[in-house]
Design a protein around this ligand. Structure first.
Ligand code: FE
Length: 169
């Protein structure tokens, strides 16, 4: 039998440390997925109001343009299922791919016809700015918008406005 050392006692943890978040990333309850537009959902994992970032799963179940956007801050992604690409690049993010998106770039996320379902974990820092094909800024989002979006959805589907609180730090 493996002998482990005793656990680090609570008094050795820093004062004021915030609680961890541990959850099943792909939820059993379909209502946890927040619809963003037809066939596109957002599953919040961590909505960090102090660091100004959020981590979530993006799920897409139809081919098409998901968004043309720019992020002033860095983005990290890990593809869990399916694949996607940016019109501005010749690489394809496939199952198991890690992607780092540098701050400042504007790009267009698309999912191709041969993909039944795409699920990708993203960590987005700061905000996302959305553009129309002419390059006009049409919308933006940050962690506070995401929290509000979740609140509205969770209230509507009967999980309650406070359901989102478990993801907020
Ligand atoms: Fe992006």
């Amino acid at each position: 039998m493996t002998k482990f050392p005793p656990p680090v006692p609570p008094e050795r943890q820093p004062a004021g440390i915030i609680p961890e978040v541990v959850l099943k990333a792909e939820p059993d309850d379909e209502r946890v997925w927040v619809p963003m537009e037809p066939n596109v959902w957002f599953r919040p994992l961590l909505l960090n109001t102090v660091g100004g970032y959020w981590t979530s799963l993006l799920r897409v179940r139809a081919a098409g343009v998901v968004s043309c956007h720019r992020h002033p801050g860095p983005v990290h992604g890990y593809v869990i299922k399916g694949k996607w690409r940016y019109l501005e690049h010749d690489w394809i993010a496939t199952e198991g791919s890690y992607v780092f998106e540098p701050p400042g770039e504007t790009h267009t996320l698309v999912v191709d016809e041969d993909v039944e379902e795409m699920i990708t974990w993203f960590m987005v820092t700061g905000s996302m700015l959305y553009f129309d094909p002419q390059g006009n800024l049409v919308n933006y989002t940050d962690v506070f918008d995401r929290i509000e979006m979740c609140r509205r959805h969770y209230e509507k589907v009967g999980l309650g406005t406070d359901f989102v609180n478990q993801f907020i730090r």
